[in-house]
Design a protein. Structure first.
Length: 468
């Protein structure tokens, strides 16, 4: 759906000066029209709830031109509202109350075009939030990676790893044994013949339908795919047959024939095929050992082996989602581009660490030490960073949407072009921080300490006391 972003931004700017009144009026309109909604808020601090509403609206409007960043945030919001007792029909009632409130405050500016723009926007927002509730409630597929739970117990993780290793062994061992003694029963042979027949028929069809040059281009890829899919013993047999054919047809006096006859080349071919085919299995074994090292260091503050294991896994592109390492000392660690979403790293020490482009969405980073760390372009949406130390950290272009930064030390931090929409900055120390072009509203910054900070508009903040 194409949204009229310019009209939405202009109309919202007219509401902003009376934002607090707007939020209070919305809930009055909602409860008046639908009293059945009031019980959902009986244990809620309505002043805080009104601020949350405003933060959500600011977040949406400020990111209308950046939908790829907004989509996951709205899905996450929808998932959270499931826990609040919200059901799909409530979304329609809320949209209705919002439209009534906008009409109240815009008055003559509430034109047909403005109403349509907000109705389209709310429909798109509702669709994404409902999609988030569906993803949250739908059963999750089984993950092959370790560490899928944030607070998983070490013993449970070790049991899971052992089971996986046993499964790996049960698959790998028969393959190795079959190299010594290959026994084909009727069913296996029939299956292999059928497989080649089907592939041959597909190949014939492609030749008839596509130019020969296009078909020839696809052959190397098909051969590579077949190499990895086929059983090891079958690849070895085919390799030996091909090698034998080459030896037979090559001229006996040629240099190639002499080279091939100078060594036990058949054994060499088999060894080479085994080495290549078993590379993925060796990689799995390496990953298993790395995770074992990390599990063994659980509860241990200093472990250099754990640092190396985490770096190696990340270098191999293995997800570290849900890593459970509270209180760990990981100074200077390089986890650039790492997936650490939903990780539990509270009270850990990441001083001067490289976490650029890392995904730390929904992570527990409470009281973490990140002074001097590189978090440029990092994803920290909905993360808990309360009471953390981020002094002099590089957070340029970082996504901190709806993050909890209450009482966090961000003095001297680089927050240029960062997104802080909906973030909780109550009691945050932003003294000397650089907020130039950061996406954050004045109301969100109102409860933070800003002495000497460079504001989003490029000016330097000065308190009323310093002006005297």
């Amino acid at each position: 759906m194409s949204l009229n972003v310019e009209l939405l931004e202009q109309s919202f700017e007219k509401v902003k000066p009376r934002a607090d009144e707007f939020a209070a009026s919305f809930y009055n309109n909602l409860f008046q029209a639908h009293p059945e909604m009031k019980p959902l808020f009986t244990k809620t601090d309505m002043k805080k709830q009104e601020k949350k509403l405003l933060s959500s609206l600011v977040l949406v409007v400020e990111n209308l031109r950046n939908p790829e960043a907004l989509e996951p945030v709205l899905k996450a919001l929808g998932a959270r509202h499931v826990g609040y007792g919200a059901i799909p029909k409530h979304y329609g009632l809320i949209v209705e109350a919002l439209l009534v409130t906008f009409e109240q405050y815009l008055q003559q500016d509430w034109t047909t075009e403005v109403k349509k723009a907000w109705l389209d926007a709310f429909r798109a927002i509702t669709a994404l939030m409902l999609k988030g509730t569906g993803e949250e409630s739908s059963p999750k597929p089984v993950q092959s990676e370790k560490k899928t739970e944030t607070l998983a117990k070490p013993a449970i993780l070790k049991t899971e790893i052992q089971k996986e290793y046993q499964l790996f062994q049960s698959i790998a061992e028969p393959e190795k044994k079959s190299l010594i003694s290959v026994q084909l029963d009727g069913e296996v042979l029939k299956e292999i013949i059928n497989h080649f027949t089907v592939n041959y028929q597909q190949f014939q069809t492609k030749i008839s339908e596509q130019p020969l040059s296009e078909v020839l281009k696809q052959i190397p890829k098909k051969l590579i795919d077949t190499f990895w899919i086929a059983p090891t013993w079958l690849v070895c047999i085919v390799s030996v047959v091909i090698f034998t054919v080459v030896v037979v047809i090559v001229d006996d006096n040629s240099a190639l024939a002499k080279a091939l006859g100078a060594a036990d080349t058949i054994s060499l071919v088999v060894a080479l095929v085994l080495f290549i085919k078993e590379a993925p299995d060796r990689r799995k074994q390496f990953h298993y050992q790395a995770w074992s090292t990390i599990d063994a260091a659980h509860g241990v503050k200093v472990s250099y082996a754990r640092i190396l294991a985490l770096q190696d896994l990340n270098k191999d592109g293995v997800s570290l989602r849900g890593l459970d390492a509270p209180g760990a000392e990981l100074v200077d660690i390089n986890l650039s581009y790492a997936n650490l979403s939903k990780a539990n790293l509270m009270e850990s020490d990441f001083t001067n660490a490289n976490l650029s482009y890392a995904n730390l969405d929904n992570a527990n980073l409470s009281q973490i030490k990140l002074s001097g760390a590189n978090l440029s372009y990092a994803k920290l949406g909905f993360s808990q960073l309360n009471q953390a130390n981020l002094s002099s950290a590089n957070l340029s272009s970082a996504n901190l949407i709806c993050a909890d930064l209450s009482h966090t030390n961000l003095s001297g931090a680089d927050l240029r072009d960062a997104s802080l929409s909906g973030a909780n900055l109550e009691g945050a120390y932003l003294t000397g921080a650089n907020l130039k072009n950061a996406k954050v509203s004045d109301s969100e910054l109102s409860n933070a300490f800003l002495e000497g900070a460079i504001m989003p508009n490029g000016s330097r903040y000065k308190s009323s006391l310093s002006d005297r």
